[in-house]
Design a protein around this ligand. Structure first.
Ligand code: ADP
Ligand code: MG
Ligand code: ZN
Length: 484
């Protein structure tokens, strides 16, 4: 790889899943898992004569998102028709927003700071707009090989908040961090649940400094964004190295084959023939509404991280990781409240728990683990009822099953062995097996540690360490006085 820089700008769509209904009709926004094409009405299907009515709460959430992203809130905004012909939008246009003739989208400008290194990096926001989600297209296998396309309109008309950035990101990692932070902010303002399949989708624009840009459409999660961009950087780089020209086009990220494939030449803005939606009056957003929403804004991830540092004494890095996922931050705080020692809770979450979650590729919300059970396990370690090692051993099962720690310890026979005779028997075994070590230990106190370690190993970490220590030392004492 040479030193030419990647230039990345993204357009993210967040479904406002916390709304009860779709953007312009009374259909439920809880469409997931329903029989295809049952969660529809004449408005979201776009039948002639039907009239869309904007969802007030959707407008409020868009303003709150704008405030959280330091944007300017437009006093006046309008819905526009974006015309195109495709099966995912049966009325042949999407109701969206647009900038024209002095009218802007609902929010303009703004920024979000991402934590890439010791210093945060500022990513500028171009604009934020509300628009309706198209229908979901279902393909059989890879999109370009599918013999047919199925259309499910249950999703059509869901409120989407689109956030467009300036091309300020210079690596796939920065793009992922941006999306992760945006997701956490949107979760904190109560706009959506980012763990729902397809609740956050993005189009990524990427060029190699000075080259033509390519748009990768509809990437389904921020984990996939990083992979898609890495692939696209290598593809563009190797084309440039061979002296070939990168063409301006729209590509699709194939999650299964891990490649981008060409879909079509990039459409131009004028192809869409934007014009004001005649069935919806322009929206006026009063200063009073904006102030009320600003006052009602909850604590956002950056402020929450600062509080974790100040109140709980956490390192900055840990505070940032914990607050980059609202559910994780909530889990941490609730566990800390129950257990009482935030630092210990954070260490366990940052280490073993996140390790488990990353291994499984899931968020804490997708496990059965409750703060109460987690705190109970930590209390058992603290009181010496189980060792820290046993805590680590049972954690995967706590995550996988959501069972209580006591039940797991009992089922798996992992209770600490506090029985003197049982430990003495294991000590006997070890002394028989390790005559050399016993000899050393009789002369050198420190060598006794090795014997203690061997006993702990044989009990698979279940021996009460204090008792093991005591019995080993007694035994050595007796060996030293053979007649005693
Ligand atoms: P389009 O006509 O493709 O919709 P926009 O101006 O709306 O163009 O920009 C779409 C996205 O492309 C924005 O997120 C922007 O940051 C990004 N973008 C613009 N120029 C570049 C570039 N040279 N390389 C990568 N991304 C870019
Ligand atoms: Mg655009
Ligand atoms: Zn409807």
């Amino acid at each position: 790889m040479d030193s030419r820089k990647a230039v990345i700008g993204i357009e993210v769509h967040c479904q406002l899943t916390k709304l009860k209904t779709k953007l312009f009709c009374g259909c439920s926004s809880n469409y997931r898992g329903n029989e295809p094409n049952t969660n529809v009405c004449e408005v979201c299907l776009g039948q002639p004569g039907s009239l869309p009515k904007p969802n007030r709460r959707a407008v409020e959430l868009a303003v709150m998102a704008g405030l959280a992203l330091n944007s300017k809130i437009s006093e006046k905004t309008s819905f526009y028709r974006k015309n195109y012909f495709y099966v995912d939008m049966s009325k042949n246009f999407q109701i969206s927003m647009y900038e024209a003739g002095g009218i802007s989208t609902i929010c303009e400008g703004g920024y979000l700071d991402i934590n890439v290194g010791p210093k945060p990096k500022r990513i500028r926001i171009t604009r934020i707009q509300l628009e309706e989600d198209p229908a979901r297209l279902v393909h059989i296998g890879p999109i370009d090989l599918s013999p047919y396309t199925l259309v499910d309109y249950n999703r059509a008309g869901m409120a989407l908040l689109e956030v467009v950035t300036e091309p300020d990101m210079s690596s796939p990692r920065e793009a992922r961090l941006f999306l992760q932070k945006l997701r956490s902010i949107m979760e904190h303002i109560g706009a959506f649940d980012g763990s729902l399949e397809g609740a956050m989708r993005c189009d990524a624009n990427i060029s190699i400094e000075g080259g033509t840009r390519v748009e990768i459409k509809n990437i389904s999660s921020f984990k996939e964004v990083e992979k898609a961009l890495n692939f696209e950087i290598s593809r563009q780089q190797s084309m440039m190295d061979k002296g070939e020209r990168v063409v301006r086009e729209t590509r699709h990220w194939d999650e299964i084959r891990k490649v981008t494939i060409s879909l079509r030449e990039k459409e131009e803005e004028h192809d869409y023939r934007y014009f004001p939606e005649p069935d919806i009056v322009p929206l006026s957003i009063s200063g009073e509404l904006v102030s009320r929403l600003r006052r009602g804004l909850p604590e956002l991830p950056d402020a929450r991280a600062e509080r974790f540092i100040k109140d709980y004494g956490l390192p900055r890095y840990d505070a940032q990781v914990l607050t980059s996922d609202k559910t994780l931050a909530d889990f941490f705080e609730e566990s800390a409240r129950i257990f009482g020692d935030p630092k210990t809770v954070s260490n366990w979450v940052m280490g073993d728990l996140l390790g488990q979650l990353n291994e499984r590729g899931i968020g804490i919300g997708e496990t059965g683990l409750q703060p109460r059970a987690f705190a109970e396990m930590l209390s058992m370690v603290k009181s010496g009822e189980i060792s820290g090692k046993i805590g680590k051993i049972i954690l995967p099962e706590l995550v996988a099953t959501g069972k209580g720690p006591r039940a797991i310890v009992q089922e798996r026979g992992l209770s600490k062995i506090g029985d003197r005779d049982e430990i003495a028997r294991v000590v006997d075994e070890v002394f028989k097996e390790q005559p050399k070590a016993v000899e050393d230990a009789m002369r050198d106190e420190k060598a006794a540690h090795f014997l203690v370690g061997q006993v702990m190993k044989k009990t698979r970490g279940k021996g009460d360490p204090q008792l093991v220590n005591e019995i080993v030392r007694d035994r050595l004492q007796r060996e030293r006085q053979p007649n005693g």
